[in-house]
Design a binder for this molecule. Sequence first.
Ligand SMILES: NC(=O)N[C@H]1NC(=O)NC1=O
Ligand SMILES: [Zn+2]
Ligand SMILES: [Zn+2]
Length: 475
Amino acid sequence: MDDLQLRVLPLLALLASLLYFFYFQDSPTLFERSDCSLFSYNHYWIISKRIVTPRGVISGAVEVKEEKIVSIVKEEDWHGNLKRGQIIDYGEAVVMPGLIDVHAHLDDPGRTEWEGFPSGTRAAAAGGITTLIDMPLNNFPSTVSAETLKLKIDAAEKNIYVDVGFWGGLVPENAFDANSLEALLSAGALGLKSFMCPSGINDFPMTNSSHIKEGLSILAKYRRPLLVHAEIPQDSESYLEDGENDPRSYSTYLKTRPPSWEEAAIRELLTVSKDTRIGGPAEGAHLHVVHLSDAGSSLQLLKQAKSNGDSVTVETCPHYLAFSAEEIKDGDTRFKCAPPIRDAANKERLWTALLEGDIDMLSSDHSPSAPDLKLFDEGNFLKAWGGISSLQFVLPVTWSHGRQYGVTLEQLALWWSERPAKLAGQDLKGGIAVGNHADITVWEPNVEFELNNDLPVYLKHPVCRRISPPSFLIH
Ligand SMILES: NC(=O)N[C@H]1NC(=O)NC1=O
Ligand SMILES: [Zn+2]
Ligand SMILES: [Zn+2]
């Protein structure tokens, strides 16, 4: 990828994420830091020419008191009434709701050599993310019961720099055990996550549609979502013909996980998602397809389900929007993930789907591993760990690439804050609006930076720096 331009627009992520005391809310539960506000003031105004609100971008001021947004005033209306409280003027910087990443693997407890709450949430904060919902796998043990959720909560306590919530796991072992699932949800899991293919983690086996149907029936009662990794293995061996399967070549990996895997899973999911319709047996539950890569038939099926009234949403990730299969060099397993990054034409279709509203939101699917599992020396795409380490850079990547497609600041806030907040049941987050938590990200959309060794990266394994010179993850 010689022509990778390593210049990334934006980001000066000054966080005014104002997180208070560590407590259990009623449901849904989120864990919040008491001492990580950038400011010591109890009452202040944030001023900017570009404040992204649900009613558009305004020039004005946001008044924050006791970590809540208490008023929003347009510049032409404030008539000198900003007298009480401190004033912080960000000039022309963008003031936006903090990003909410509904899909990250922080691997804590049990695999903290892969990431961990301190490094992962610090990197999140540096990247403009103020709330992160942690996945139930890659940590050990997997989060599939109230007891294992407690282990996660204990690991996170006093170790987080942003608000953190947790998804629980739906696995064959608990799918038909209503008491166990209810205990997990009552203990604070914001919803459930399951896989329709092997997850790569031994204690997180895959589910079929019967398990998913059961899961949805329990989730209906709690009005929470099921997030699904939607790939069902097809007969992929047949895609590899003799002499054409160099494991160092990305195209080999691509052939082993064709779009038909995603399509088959989504087709199967739609047989149960109809339960979520109004009047259906799982009304109140919601089905969310994670990290869509196939912008072809899979997307069409999802559109159809939505038009039938199924309660369904779908996310994609910055790596599917920034890279294409053609660019990935032999042996560069940093780019291995599942589902795979597909060709440039697919990437274009993903952007179109996002801009037209057929893809609802974005997430990182930050899934790092210890570097040795990426097999950098061998460069074997078939054996390397699948997962991309990107958490700190999702906002600049989305903006750098998105502005080429005319993406607006309002769209960024919709995809990264408003809709993720809704998925995670966080009514008081996801928008700069009166009464909401003052979770705010401030950044410079025209500042370029290069992802080189001078840049502070808080992730435990910034695999972007693996190859030098120069070293990079994004272009
Ligand atoms: N176990 C795990 O994190 N798997 C993730 N990695 C990836 O690339 N896709 C996934 O689902
Ligand atoms: Zn996945
Ligand atoms: Zn994932």
